[in-house]
Design a protein around this ligand. Structure first.
Ligand code: PEP
Ligand code: MN
Length: 434
């Protein structure tokens, strides 16, 4: 059996995701019998400082593969994780190097072991020391090599703290611009209000609603063109016509818009209009759909599944992040319980939990969360009080005539009241962000 040490590094895209994925492939590889990895370390890119910082980790494996076969495995991982994106998304890299192979010295054209630069590279020595600090390299232990580095080099390497679900990097804010590229709002920083009808029904209906909610301080307009409906006989959205209306209203009002993507085949269509792509509750575990929105660069709002546990919901966000898109906004929209009074039960505790576990922005949807108009305001207020980054509410000029979700849609007056109340709640509670 061969004992082999590998060095893994990345500085593009979802760095943690790539490291974790590479380690995952190694760990599950048929010829790898034991797998152990170091902590992750972050190093400032010096020299070419315009580069993003690097994340590095080392792995210790036991394998029956030959040195050349290990090299091939490393190269196949690099290839697998270095794909070109179809929609406005560049390439990314992960490097997997063979550092040590037993005590062998290999000096082949394509493979030099021990890796020639180990003793100068703190970002390799440091994680290697987690695995075994007494490994000998050119007459000294790696610990001794590390001590010999300059203070500047030593201090440039920081242990990288991750969230428990560590595909997500440190808490990030997500900036939203309007159609003219001007900054409108920042998830994770501002209190975001998304408002609009459940479904786009006509140009007039959407335009009137947009102008009103904008005048009262909403940051983002919502409206579904493709509607998931329980019964196939219910109104399921204006589809392409709805997208055209949304495009027009977005342009006229300058509001950023969010709309639901139900089918991978409609991605290009929705990508063209949406500032945020919504993945609805019913599709929270549509894994190919999650992967597709993970490959593009627009923010994605992931609604919690109808009966999803928090862990399942986080796993779904991981599906998106692992494809490279970390601009994910989580939306608590209520779950099924034995409650027979409200449409769903708002799980407000999920909001601080998601923040703590993932660091992603979270908003509440009290419209679907309760299904009852008069409960929308108290639940929106409660969500802000428990640390949500905002909320999404359904608003309709004439809720009694709405083609979907009229019972839970706010009237203009109710939305006006809500926005006044939110201001006072916001100033009263400056909630600790996790
Ligand atoms: C919606 O927000 O338009 C919607 C359909 O909600 P959900 O997916 O949460 O049921
Ligand atoms: Mn709805």
């Amino acid at each position: 059996m061969n004992k082999v040490y590998l060095g893994l590094g990345t500085n593009m895209g979802n760095r943690l995701g790539y490291l974790n994925r590479a380690c995952d492939i190694l760990e599950r590889s048929e010829h790898i019998f034991s797998f152990n990895r170091s902590d992750i370390y972050e190093t400032k890119a010096w020299g070419y400082t315009e580069q993003p910082d690097f994340l590095n980790t080392c792995a210790e494996i036991e394998t029956d593969l030959s040195p050349q076969e290990v090299l091939l495995l490393c190269q196949s991982i690099e290839q697998k994780l270095d794909r070109k994106r179809t929609i406005k998304w560049g390439p990314r890299t992960i490097d997997v190097d063979v550092l040590f192979f037993n005590e062998m010295e290999i000096n082949e054209e394509n493979l030099k072991v021990p890796h020639p630069l180990i003793q100068e590279r703190g970002f390799v020595l440091k994680p290697m020391m987690d695995l075994d600090e007494n490994i000998k390299l050119r007459g000294k232990t790696i610990k001794e090599h590390f001590s010999a580095l300059s203070d500047e080099d030593k201090n440039s390497i920081e242990r990288y703290e991750t969230h428990p679900h560590n595909v997500f990097e440190r808490q990030k804010s997500i900036k939203i611009n309007n159609v003219n590229g001007e900054h409108v709002a920042e998830f994770g920083k501002d209190t975001i209000v998304i408002a609009g009808p459940c479904a786009i029904e006509s140009y007039e209906q959407l335009m009137r609603t947009a102008e009103f909610v904008k005048s009262r301080g909403a940051n983002i307009l919502r409206g579904g063109a493709f509607k998931p409906r329980t019964s196939p006989k219910s109104f399921s959205g204006l589809k392409h016509e709805g997208v055209e209306i949304l495009k027009e209203v977005r342009k006229k009002t300058g509001m950023p818009v969010i709309t639901e993507l139900m089918d991978v085949r409609d991605l290009e269509l929705i990508y063209d209009v949406a500032d945020i792509i919504q993945i609805g509750s019913r599709n929270m575990q549509n894994f190919p759909l999650l992967q597709e929105v993970g490959k593009q660069d627009k923010p994605v709002m992931l609604k919690r599944g109808l009966s999803a546990t928090i862990n399942e919901w986080i796993c779904s966000a991981e599906y998106i992040a692992l494809e490279g898109n970390e601009k994910i906004i989580m939306c608590e929209r209520g779950i099924r319980t034995y409650n027979d009074y409200t449409r769903n039960t708002m799980d407000l505790a999920a909001i601080p939990v998601i923040k703590k576990e993932t660091g992603l922005p979270v908003i509440a949807d009290p419209s679907h969360g309760t299904g009852v108009r008069y409960l929308v305001e108290p639940m929106a207020c409660a969500s802000i009080a428990c640390g949500s980054d905002g909320f999404m509410v359904e608003v309709h000029p004439k809720p009694e005539e709405a083609l979907s979700d009229g019972e839970q849609s706010l009237t203009f007056d109710m939305f006006d009241d809500l926005m006044k109340k939110i201001k006072s709640i916001e100033s009263a509670i400056k909630y600790k962000k996790y």
